[in-house]
Ligand binder design. Structure first.
Ligand code: KG4
Length: 342
């Protein structure tokens, strides 16, 4: 008998549901929330409310597109954390209700674990695509995380480096906000950077231990550069926007790559994967490919729809956990921080 998993993701500002049969993705529906654009960042209360509005239609659509009946579902996998509590609560509560009504098990999924396993999502189109071989390093860069993860198997992974303050995506977004570029700023910075000089400005590079990251100093340095130049040139940002974006992007990419290179060298791992929303950045992708050519790395960059928040990655993690009968009880609660409680 086949195993059909419904995946649900609601950790931040995307409501997503996906259906997977025996590890093959049948559908993946994502409803993004535009309500945050006016505020220059995700507003947790608004995110939670939008999830409440979206969850029923998104799950129904995922089941419809998969061409299955609800009664065919074997289990429901849902993101338990980390993320925004109010947002997670909507997905967790919905999963509980549906699982109880269908009398099927629930599978809790760690959001970061799911980002890493996104590399193993099988679709009709990518069945023969190469997957990362173990052990590999995964650079997970998003709006909330910047981590280097050593992955030894689908269930054996260790975060060996993490940001001690802001995430890389947050650095893009906050600096973009200072330039009045709207939210999320990362894609706009990426676009404008194509017209600018990456060596035009220099911003502070962090100096933190081992494989950890820090982006708050860079952000402050960017802010001070703009403040000081605006005092003498009121049209500074408007005139130099492309150069500012190119320099900022070059700086963030250099910081990300320096620690990744160090980890790959120290651990003697040449299999490298990218995950999270910032993997859409063209300069980061190019840097990774340049390193592959120079250092003999094999790199894995999944399609964009599987690097940003999505339920397909939750479903594939659920698929692996289902095979181990790794289910959770109805008393499961969401958690906001990186590690689950207890
Ligand atoms: O993984 P993700 O979709 O969800 C969150 O963690 O929220 O990542 C979103 C982040 C945002 O900070 C956004 O600005 C950034 O990814 N991002 C980019 C690009 N596309 C998205 N950053 C730089 N360049 C891009 N092309």
């Amino acid at each position: 008998m086949s195993t059909v998993i419904l995946g649900i993701e609601s950790s931040c500002d995307d409501t997503s549901a996906a259906v997977m049969r025996d590890g093959l993705l049948l559908s993946n529906v994502i409803a993004a929330q535009s309500v945050h654009e006016a505020y220059g960042g995700v507003v947790p209360e608004l995110a939670s409310r939008a999830h409440q509005q979206n969850i029923v239609p998104v799950v129904s659509e995922a089941i419809r597109r998969a061409g299955i009946e609800r009664s065919e579902l074997s289990a429901i996998a849902f993101t338990r954390g980390p993320g925004l509590l109010g947002s997670l609560l909507v997905g967790v509560s919905f999963a509980k209700g549906l699982a109880a009504s269908l009398r099927i098990p629930m599978i809790e999924v760690n959001h970061l674990h799911a980002h890493v396993l996104a590399h193993f999502i099988r679709t009709e189109e990518n069945t023969d695509a190469p997957r990362p071989r173990f052990p590999f390093l995964c650079l997970l860069v998003s709006g909330g995380n910047s981590q280097i993860i050593r992955v030894d198997s689908p269930f054996d992974m260790e975060i060996i480096g993490r940001t001690i303050d802001d995430a890389a995506g947050e650095a893009f977004d906050k600096c973009a906000k200072v330039m009045g570029l709207g939210y999320p700023g990362g894609p706009v910075v990426n676009r404008l950077a194509a017209e600018g000089n990456p060596a035009a400005f220099s911003f502070a590079r962090p100096n933190v231990a081992a494989y950890d990251y820090s982006f708050s100093g860079l952000k402050t340095s960017f802010l001070y550069t703009i403040r000081d130049r605006l005092a003498v040139e009121p049209d500074f940002v408007e005139r130099r926007k492309a150069d500012l974006c190119a320099s900022l992007q070059a700086c963030i990419v250099e910081v990300l790559m320096r620690k990744l290179r160090k980890a790959a060298h120290d651990l003697r791992i040449a299999e490298v994967a990218l995950a999270g929303g910032v993997s859409a950045n063209s300069a980061l992708r190019d840097a990774l490919l340049d390193h592959a050519a120079e250092l003999g790395w094999t790199v894995h960059i999944p399609p964009l729809r599987f690097t940003t928040d999505n339920a397909a990655m939750v479903a594939v993690t659920g698929h692996y956990k289902y095979q181990r009968r790794d289910f959770c009880g109805m008393d499961v609660q969401p958690y906001a921080r990186v590690q689950p409680p207890g």
